[in-house]
Design a protein around this ligand. Structure first.
Ligand code: DGY
Length: 335
């Protein structure tokens, strides 16, 4: 067991085995409590640290890096998405940055699939209805939804989670179309039985549209009023990526007017705020950013973030860097 020699910041309590593993190796400054670490405290606590485990709620920018100081080696994000991190700013200062890919792929796809099913078959609405104690009797036209099986699934953003969605769709006998700016090799398209479409064509052809892009200036409001209008009136839109990929006001309007059938949303434009129009929409299934929220996956994410952190401090290449070029530049520098 190593000496407690590395002062590090952990921005929120992680699963117990991860905290134990970190505490054995590092001198941990931990932000306790369920809330995100307040900005002033984050800037104060990062000062003098050699590493940090950050969350998607913590902005890592020039101000953070200034507050940390030149000894900072790595920012290990506890998320696959890293839009909270200014990666070029980290790279400019030779600070490593890492994320937690792979370990949450299947779990996030499971959740996206459950949103497809819930929104299509009005599960949350039915649950609310019974709890309202409204008298009811089975009826031929009561709470009719949309079939999922044998329909067309449109996947926007065809990375790991997009692939996992395509594999699930096969079991439902669905046709799968996808859009991504990067085209995978034809063998992969064949293996996953998917067809490429331009985005606007996909939006017109798909019965279910599921978003799996990262958040960047190019994908902010990718789904806007005009694109919502291209979708079928029976379409279901699901988002487990990042909230700002959808223009929420436009989506609330589309649901209100019945321009699309339903939405299943795990993420929101101004998290933790939810647009009031979505809170009112009966056909919106809304859940609080639970994509990777299972016991096993949160443990795996924590261990991967911790491994990235400690590897960098021990002079080993962290397994999932988002700026591997920095590793080459700093590999021979002692911590
Ligand atoms: C991520 O990892 O980016 C998710 O949003 C949280 O698991």
């Amino acid at each position: 067991m190593a000496d407690k020699r590395w002062p590090v910041l952990v921005a929120r309590r992680l699963p117990a085995p991860v905290m134990d593993w970190l505490n054995e190796r590092c001198e941990v400054t931990l932000h306790e409590g369920p809330e995100a670490i307040p900005r002033d405290r984050l800037l104060r606590d990062i000062a003098g640290k050699v590493g940090a485990i950050t969350l998607l709620t913590d902005k890592v920018d020039d101000e953070f890096l200034d507050a940390a100081g030149e000894q900072l080696v790595i920012v290990a994000n506890y998320a696959v998405g890293f839009d909270n991190i200014d990666v070029p700013a980290c790279s400019a200062r030779n600070v490593l940055a890492s994320n937690t890919p792979d370990v949450l792929t299947e779990t996030t796809a499971d959740l996206a699939w459950s949103l497809i099913m819930s929104a299509a078959r009005r599960i949350a609405e039915g649950d609310r209805f019974l709890r309202s104690r409204t008298p009811w009797i089975w009826g031929p036209e009561m709470m009719l939804g949309q079939d999922v099986h044998h329909k067309t699934l449109g996947i926007v953003g065809f990375g790991r989670i997009g692939h996992a969605m395509a594999r699930r769709a096969r079991g439902f006998g669905m046709k799968v179309i996808y859009f991504d700016v990067y085209r995978p090799p034809p063998e992969l398209e064949e293996e996953l039985n998917v067809e490429y479409r331009e985005l606007d064509d996909l939006l017109m052809d798909a019965d279910f549209i599921t978003l799996h892009t990262n958040l960047s200036p190019e994908t902010r409001h990718l789904i806007n009023e005009e694109r919502l209008k291209r979708m079928k009136p029976t379409a279901v839109l699901v988002n487990t990526s990042r909230g700002p990929v959808i223009d929420e006001a436009a989506l609330a309007g589309a649901l209100d007017k019945g321009d699309i059938f339903a939405a299943g949303l795990d993420v929101f434009e101004n998290e933790p705020e939810v647009h009031p129009g979505l809170l009112e929409a009966e056909h919106a299934v809304i859940i609080p950013h639970l994509g990777s929220a299972t016991v096993d996956t949160r443990h795996a994410m924590g261990m991967l973030a911790a491994e990235n952190l400690v590897a960098a401090l021990e002079g080993r290449m962290p397994p999932t860097l988002v700026n591997p070029d920095v590793w080459e530049r700093r590999r021979n520098r002692p911590v």
